[in-house]
Ligand binder design. Structure first.
Ligand code: FMN
Length: 227
């Protein structure tokens, strides 16, 4: 299992003193940024520097995780040959999915998004980031160590990743070809890892459109018990 220095205690830093106005201004600015995020399905082929992708992954890897197990791995792909293999495998699964594996109810839920088995963005977009979950770690002696709250932790890290990429002006598509086992094979990942999400990222295509959808009203998603 990975070893890393386990500090006892250190002084907390990184929380500047802000007055209430500044605090509100900051959170409003962040909300406006996140409000402009959309899932994009048409990408420009323009390259994006590796350093940008790497830094976004560094931000994602700062996410909290159950018992700090960090049960995730990110695989960033810009190699055209690997992207082509990912596309071919994803489209093969998606043809089965849209051709009968998905329930009628599921297909109906997807109808507004106009998605089908055709996934050209897997080759057009400059980067694919495969996110893997690690239900357990394997120590050097082969013994398994369980990880806790794996889905919650990897979901949080993926959220950080999407926020970081969006903050950098990049479009993202959270893609889940179903099932995704082929990613582990193509990318040569250890058998104990599970493909979790495939994040497609790059600049949006100049003429990109997105489905006109809405988010639930605030009072349907948030409840306050104020003192
Ligand atoms: C876990 C998850 C899986 C998703 N899988 C797909 C997918 O395979 N293909 C796709 O086109 N969109 C996929 N999406 C994107 C959703 O359709 C999209 O987030 C939703 O319609 C809301 O739109 P917005 O992201 O623009 O707000 C997925 C999103 C999530 C969170």
């Amino acid at each position: 299992m990975m070893e890393w220095p386990m500090a006892t205690e250190e002084r907390l830093t990184g929380y500047p003193e802000l007055d209430e106005d500044e605090r509100l201004r900051r959170v409003q600015a962040f909300e406006a940024t996140m409000r402009s995020r959309r899932t994009v399905r048409q990408f420009d082929a323009a390259p994006v520097a590796r350093e940008v992708i790497e830094t976004a992954i560094r931000a994602a890897a700062r996410a909290p995780s159950g018992a700090n197990m960090q049960p995730w791995a990110f695989v960033a792909i810009s190699d055209p040959d690997v992207k082509r293999r990912v596309r071919e495998a994803a489209e093969a699964e998606e043809r089965e999915f849209y051709g009968g594996r998905a329930s009628a109810e599921w297909l109906e839920a997807l109808r507004p998004f106009g998605t089908d088995a055709h996934k050209p963005f897997l080759e057009t977009a400059p980067w694919l980031i495969a996110v893997f979950a690690q239900p357990h770690a394997v120590a050097d002696d082969g013994r398994k160590h369980k990880h806790y709250y794996v889905k919650e932790s990897v979901g949080l890290a993926a959220g950080f990743l999407l926020a970081a990429l969006h903050h950098a002006g990049l479009a993202t598509l959270t893609h889940t070809p179903s099932p995704m086992g082929f990613l582990r094979d193509i990318l040569g990942r250890p058998t104990e890892e599970q493909a979790f999400l495939l994040i497609v990222t790059g600049l949006p295509h100049g003429g990109a459109t997105v489905p006109r959808i809405d988010k639930k009203p605030f009072d349907q998603v948030a409840t306050f018990f104020e003192g």
